[in-house]
Ligand binder design. Structure first.
Ligand code: ZN
Length: 508
């Protein structure tokens, strides 16, 4: 008897459908498993055999072969136990093949037949949908991860006995996942931009960053509030949609970072790795590549505090993804591509002591300052569209400042500009102004005559690169959008130039 069952394996953050075939034939009694299996998948043999026996299904004294195809993909993890058991039950004649047609399953088996939770359930369910399956059978433990998925029925089971009983009684129709609607209301944040007193320029820069997805660099002395501003940037973004959350949650699911308490990500990611992070942890890697910080920050914010303290190599890996919005990791068994479209927010002191260029307080030598600033490479610095100072305001002056706009007010502006961009770039791959190529800026960034004059003057005077020129244009596009203007005016250019002028001040 021959049978086959569908499952899937996670490769990076993608999922590849895997067919599990089982065959029982005459011959010397034996049980073999083939198909480029990792050690953990090979162990399934013993788990499945014992689990079946303890659930009351005898193993016939025949020649039994299990094959996992396609054979050129390395199979990892313990999720194949359940589909292997199902294929065997079918091959032994306990289950009809047609009952498992178009059913995708995964789960680890314990020796007494319990079905245990596995990593990467969301990618699996996603694959089942893409493959046109009619049902997913997964461990009950993983059920909460899938409660916002409405495209396919999902059955959660606790043990093999239940698996068979459900089939006999209801043809797997009885238990369905509790479906929940995606919450539309906005999230409550503990932090609010109204807590930031003064700092109008930095606040405005944060709004521009969120509105056009422009990378932001905050420079300021210790305790000036850089971290406070960065922590509040997530509050400027609209709530994540179910589609966005599915995309991000799939990554977290594949990385095994989803827990019962947070079945799907309801908030935009905000990742703030410590400056001791390794290049691998930043970019992703390992013999079986797992996503790094830049992928975990996908569609969200990557905040790097104390930027010059990071290892140079850990910063250099950011350069390519900042342009292409993805990272490719090559391994012997193939190339893995991880999404990495994040907003980079950097914060740094201007010098080791933190007070440069205030020479009354800064005790660093010119050489020390240059060494410190020099830790950021030119090309990385070039990736920041916005560079702004966070001023150190004395306590007594701070108390006189009136609180600025709240996060909710600012978020409304940001959402409006997101909508403007959505309409403008409809039918293209572009989502935000910051993603425009040099050529595309010609099409989408119309500048008034005075604006053009100012831009050309800045280009000459500041000795800008062509890349910097385009960056100013893109930033000005977002500033004009915030101002609800289609044509970019002189004042928008002037403001955009200011955000660019600062890196000239520190990095001469
Ligand atoms: Zn100093």
């Amino acid at each position: 008897m021959f049978s086959s069952v569908l499952s899937a394996t996670v490769a990076g953050v993608d999922c590849i459908p895997i067919t599990i075939e089982a065959d029982v034939s005459q011959g010397l009694p034996m049980f073999s498993m083939v198909g480029y299996l990792s050690a953990r998948v090979k162990e399934a043999q013993e788990r499945v055999r014992t689990a079946l026996r303890n659930t009351g299904f005898a193993f016939p004294a025949r020649r039994i072969t299990v094959n996992l195809s396609p054979a050129d993909i390395r199979k990892e993890g313990t999720g194949f136990d359940l589909p292997i058991a199902a294929a065997l039950l079918c091959a032994f004649g306990y289950l009809e093949q047609e009952k498992i047609e178009k059913v995708c399953m995964a789960g680890e088996l314990s020796l007494n037949g319990e079905v245990r939770g596995v990593k990467g359930i969301l990618p699996l369910v996603d694959t089942a949908i893409k493959e046109g399956c009619r049902l997913c059978i997964i461990p009950k433990e993983n059920l909460p991860e899938t409660e916002y998925i409405h495209e396919i029925p999902i059955l959660g089971i606790e043990n093999l006995r239940e698996f068979m009983d459900q089939e006999e009684k209801e043809n797997w129709g009885a238990v369905r996942n509790p479906r929940r609607e995606w919450p539309q209301s906005s999230i409550e944040y503990e932090e609010d931009f109204a807590d930031v007193l003064g700092q109008e320029t930095a606040r405005q820069a944060a709004v521009i960053a969120a509105a056009g997805f422009h990378n932001l660099l905050l420079i300021g002395t210790k305790g000036s509030g850089k971290t406070m501003i960065a922590n509040r940037i997530p509050t400027l973004f609209p709530v994540i949609s179910r589609e966005e959350s599915m995309e991000i949650s799939r990554i977290y699911s594949a990385a095994g970072l989803l827990t019962g308490n947070s079945p799907m990500l309801m908030r935009r990611p905000f990742r703030a790795p410590h400056h001791t992070i390794s290049p691998t942890a930043m970019a992703g890697g390992g013999s079986v590549p797992t996503p790094g910080e830049i992928t975990l920050a996908h569609r969200g914010i990557l905040f790097l505090d104390e930027l010059p303290e990071f290892r140079r190599a850990a910063l250099e890996v950011l350069r390519q993804p900042l342009e292409t919005h993805k990272i490719c990791i090559s391994r012997v068994n193939g190339t893995y591509e991880f999404p990495a479209n994040f907003l980079l927010v950097g914060a740094m002191n201007p010098c080791p002591c933190g007070y440069y260029p205030d020479r009354n307080r800064c005790s660093c030598t010119q050489y020390q300052v240059e060494q410190y600033l020099g830790k950021l490479s030119g090309p990385l610095l070039d990736r920041f569209d916005l560079c702004t100072e966070v001023a150190d305001i004395p306590g007594e002056q701070l108390r006189e400042k009136k609180p600025g706009k709240t996060s909710l007010q600012l978020r409304r502006e940001v959402c409006r500009v997101h909508e403007v961009q959505r309409q403008r770039y409809e039918g293209t791959d572009i989502r935000f102004n910051s993603a425009l190529s040099g050529k595309e800026t010609k099409q989408y960034c119309q500048v008034s005559r005075e604006g053009k004059k100012l831009l050309d003057a800045a280009y000459e005077k500041m000795n800008l690169s062509l890349r910097a020129y385009h960056k100013i244009l893109k930033t000005a596009r977002t500033i004009a959008d915030l101002d609800a203007k289609e044509i970019i005016e002189e004042e928008h250019i002037a403001e955009a130039v200011c955000y660019r002028a600062l890196d000239k001040k520190y990095w001469r």
